[in-house]
Design a binder for this molecule. Structure first.
Ligand SMILES: Cc1ncc(COP(=O)(O)O)c(C=O)c1O
Length: 395
């Protein structure tokens, strides 16, 4: 019997939640079932809420330091979850991982440089460098037997002297791959040889499902450690994205000094009172909640997969090895991307992410967030089934 009620339906409308309250603006209809932006509809562990309330009761919210316990909590968590022994001076607060990626691009490259990404991938990997006037060089993932693989030969071929940074999504969003040690060390070797800095975005790392085990990129080899900047956060893990409590981990002193100086020059490394508190409470007290949340998410993934197989076999779920996002292969519906999106939004009344936004290889796919009570997924899939049937009957 679970200690936590992940079945509880909690109304988020009216809280300014992006997921619910931006539906009208983003999808033209406020009443869709929201299975898009990557946060969950579960209450965070009570220890986080209690820590915030307790601190708020003090009533004075002045300038705040991270505190030793904050660093200890991160160090112990990363060791416990990922067997990676990190040191305190390697850790620096950043005000969000997407912002962190932008800072690295700004700090370590200029407009003559190129940034490599491996689409389909989390869309800010393309948007952020593009808006910083860097050329984005695509090394598309290969889809083999229903799963993504990195194209290492393709990577070697596309590298040119202007390539300065590779952004790695580890684990991968939207495909849910937990990259293996071998895959990561191959990337590390290639990037080291060509002097390409690797940004390893590990925001989904705590959500890997056994037997898959997240491998921190920087832990695979000395070359990886010396040539990378890692970002982690408790935000996806414990559903606290709105608190903003991400951090960078850099073991290479030269890279670290340069990056930290960049951050400090605009005080970007200064977190806020609740960021430190929430991260500390999550990491010190969240283990048990996370185990149960992952079990629940896994059941949701299983349910969706079985439902699709039985009722909408033209749509295939790519089973994620980590996290609460399912990449739906809808190519057998034989619809244009516009028709596919309209099927979901206009006919089935669902808000999912349009696969095309993740770049090359994303067309024909939709991304579904199952970090929500099972009843929402059942309702969503029933809607989808009816919409697909109607489409096939009436064309
Ligand atoms: C791979 C990845 N990186 C970063 C983020 C966002 O992180 P942040 O809110 O810290 O910018 C997300 C959110 O969906 C994500 O999936």
């Amino acid at each position: 019997m679970s200690k936590y009620n992940f079945d509880e339906i909690i109304e988020r409308k009216g809280t300014n939640a992006l997921k619910t309250d931006a539906l009208a603006k983003r999808y033209g209809n406020p009443d869709l079932i929201p299975l898009w932006v990557a946060d969950m509809d579960f209450k965070s562990p009570a220890a986080i809420t209690e820590a915030i309330i307790e601190r708020a009761k003090h009533g004075i919210f002045g300038y705040t330091e991270p505190g030793q316990k904050y660093f200890d909590a991160i160090i112990n968590w990363v060791d416990r979850q990922h067997n990676w022994n990190i040191q305190q001076e390697w850790i620096t607060f950043v005000p969000g991982i997407v912002k962190g990626i932008a800072f690295v691009i700004d700090c370590f490259s200029s407009t003559e440089h190129q940034v490599i990404i491996q689409p389909p991938v989390y869309h800010p990997f393309r948007i952020v460098p593009t808006l910083h006037h860097r050329i984005v060089n695509d090394n598309p993932l290969k889809l083999e037997a229903g799963q993504y693989k990195m194209d290492l030969e393709g990577l070697k071929k596309l590298i040119n002297p202007a390539c300065r940074i590779l952004i790695l999504c580890n684990p991968h969003n939207p495909g849910g791959r937990v990259w293996t040690r071998r895959e990561l060390s191959d990337i590390a070797d290639i990037c080291h040889e060509h002097n390409i800095l690797v940004i390893s975005d590990e925001i989904h790392s705590d959500l890997a499902f056994a037997p898959h085990k997240h491998v921190p990129f920087a832990s695979v080899s000395e070359k990886a450690a010396m040539n990378s900047i890692t970002f982690m956060a408790p935000s996806k893990t414990f559903n606290i994205a709105g608190v903003v409590s991400s951090y960078s981990i850099i073991s290479n002193k030269e890279l670290r000094d340069k990056f930290n100086c960049y951050l400090a020059s605009s005080e970007l490394d200064e977190g806020h009172i609740f960021a430190y508190l929430a991260a500390q409470a999550a990491y010190d007290h969240g283990d048990e909640w996370l185990i149960e949340a992952k079990d629940y998410i896994r059941e949701n993934i299983h349910f969706a997969d079985e439902y699709l197989k039985a009722n909408i076999p033209q749509i295939k779920a790519m089973i994620p090895e980590a996290s609460f996002l399912i990449w739906l292969d809808c190519r057998e519906l034989n619809l244009s991307q516009k028709e596919l999106v309209s099927l979901f939004v206009d006919d089935a009344k669902l808000a999912l992410n349009d696969g095309a936004m993740f770049g090359a290889g994303g067309e024909g796919f939709m991304r579904m967030n199952v970090g929500t009570p099972l009843a929402n997924i059942q309702r969503a899939l029933d809607n989808l089934k009816k919409a697909v049937e109607a489409k096939q009957t009436h064309g």
